[in-house]
Design a protein around this ligand. Structure first.
Ligand SMILES: Nc1ncnc2c1ncn2[C@@H]1O[C@H](COP(=O)(O)OP(=O)(O)OP(=O)(O)O)[C@@H](O)[C@H]1O
Length: 452
């Protein structure tokens, strides 16, 4: 492989991975030789090599194979990292570049984050359907659901799945023109085309894609001309049986100020939502992030119970969870300590406070009454029958554990009982939790339902 070919590869990688990833991870690489199908890339450090190998090796290899047949593997070696020519000075390709790369000159797909791959996406009950649908579309087979509409709350993985689809399609079907962009970018390009009187070009570009992916489509709500253009683009592509993938923060029918005809178009394919994470999914995500980190830092230790604690306490969204973990990693490495409960509480005090779910005593009483099938009035009433007293004690215990209310306050909410009665109830449940499996299971179920 020549430096000229490498420069062309770099230029295509710049478009695929985006400027930030390019500057950090691709620009410092330099080309060594190729022997027996193994191409060597020099990296500044081992850590750097590991990261690039984990996150960009498939892409780089794919681009190399487009330039030269016979390359089967990459090797990253620490060594001379002289910078090659900047990507802008690339000469026209000798061998025809893949269609997507050529067309992207005009399409300018938004940068894709290599970390947002299917491999890095943890699947659980709340997102399994969205993940399965995304996987199916990423196979690039015959178009079955059009559009695929993914929706869900903040930080639940919509953008991650969109990027994963685009990257997978790029690898599996490099001949397809895949255009990924946010609804905001769609509007920006539309406005620019209007201003530059290039609407024909705009229409032609958007109608020539094989797969159109628009992220955060709720952004165009209330923007009438953009909606109108989006509607026409959408129809033109559907008529040509081209795949469309859309994401939004809510279901099509719930996006305010979106024209009915656009809503109905968006609803006519497969609409799937990413539900709020549950405890198991959060724990799975944390474990996978720790494992990934341990590949780079084999000495990294996380004390048992820390991840479970975080998965219980940080229920807002995955972004916050990730941020908390990153901060823990940084803190632990700076102070050279193992990640244990003390360090976690110290380092994440503000995050833990902010994400404290305000569970109310009323909520607890309602959930516990439902669980044991008794009336709320009996839960707080004077009857002392075991069938009421035990659920009442469970509710008192949960009130003590899950709220910041004092014992007298809890007593007041349970029909004006004395704080010693509450104390006795909490103690009794603590004992039973150790000896009675059924009670332990009830408590776990109730706690999860309340924290969900
Ligand atoms: N199931 C998952 N497995 C691994 N990482 C995840 C998962 N879900 C979300 N994440 C991570 O959480 C972060 C936020 O995800 P993402 O940006 O995709 O959210 P979003 O739904 O697009 O949010 P927004 O509505 O704010 O745009 C990303 O770093 C992403 O990798």
């Amino acid at each position: 492989m020549t430096q000229e070919q490498w420069a062309r590869i770099r230029s295509r990688l710049l478009k695929t991975v985006g400027q930030n990833n390019f500057t950090t991870w691709i620009d410092p690489l330099s080309l060594g030789g190729t022997e027996d199908g193994v191409s060597t890339l020099f990296v500044p450090t081992n850590f750097f090599g590991n990261y690039v190998s984990q996150n960009f090796a498939d892409l780089i290899l794919h681009e190399m194979q487009n330039e030269e047949d016979g390359i089967t593997r990459l090797r990253f070696a620490v060594g001379n990292c002289e910078k090659p020519a900047a990507p802008e000075v690339v000469k026209p390709t000798a061998k025809p570049a893949p269609v997507q790369a050529a067309n992207n000159n005009t399409l300018n797909t938004a940068p894709l984050d290599a970390r947002f791959s299917f491999d890095n996406f943890v699947v659980g009950k709340p997102n399994e359907l969205a993940h399965a649908a995304a996987r199916r579309v990423a196979e690039g087979g015959p178009v079955t659901f059009n559009p695929l509409f993914l929706y869900g709350g903040v930080g639940l993985g919509k953008t991650h799945l969109m990027h994963a689809i685009a990257q997978e399609l790029h690898i599996r079907k490099p001949e397809l023109n895949v255009l990924y962009l946010s609804a905001e970018q769609f509007m920006y390009r539309f406005v620019q085309a209007l201003r530059d009187r290039k609407m024909m070009d705009f229409k032609e570009i958007f109608r020539s894609v094989d797969v159109l992916m628009v992220d955060d489509v709720q952004f165009i709500a209330g923007k009438d001309s953009t909606q109108e253009e989006f509607f026409h683009t959408f129809n033109a592509l559907v008529d040509q049986n081209k795949q469309i993938i859309i994401s939004a923060d809510r279901a099509p029918g719930e996006i305010k100020d979106l024209e009915d005809r656009v809503k109905s178009r968006l609803q006519c394919g497969l609409v799937v939502d990413l539900h709020p994470t549950d405890y198991e999914l959060r724990l799975g995500i944390l474990q996978s992030k720790v494992e990934a980190q341990q590949k780079n830092y084999p000495g990294l230790e996380v004390e048992a119970g820390v991840l479970e604690f975080l998965a219980h306490r940080i229920t807002t969204n995955v972004r916050v969870l990730e941020g908390a973990l990153t901060r823990l990693f940084a803190f632990a490495s700076l102070v050279g300590r193992e990640i244990n409960m003390d360090l976690t509480q110290d380092c994440l005090a503000d995050v833990l406070r902010a994400s404290e779910r305000k569970i109310s005593i009323e909520e607890i009483q309602r959930k516990v009454s439902d669980h044991y099938n008794i009336r709320l009035s009996d839960m707080v009433g004077p009857k002392r029958l075991r069938s009421y007293a035990r659920p009442r004690q469970v509710a008192m215990y949960l009130s003590k554990k899950l709220t910041s209310r004092s014992l007298p306050e809890i007593g007041r909410r349970f029909g004006g009982r004395d704080h010693t009665t509450v104390m006795h109830g909490v103690k009794r449940i603590e004992e039973l939790k150790q000896s009675d499996g059924q009670i332990a299971e009830d408590l776990e179920l109730l706690r999860r339902a309340l924290e969900a």
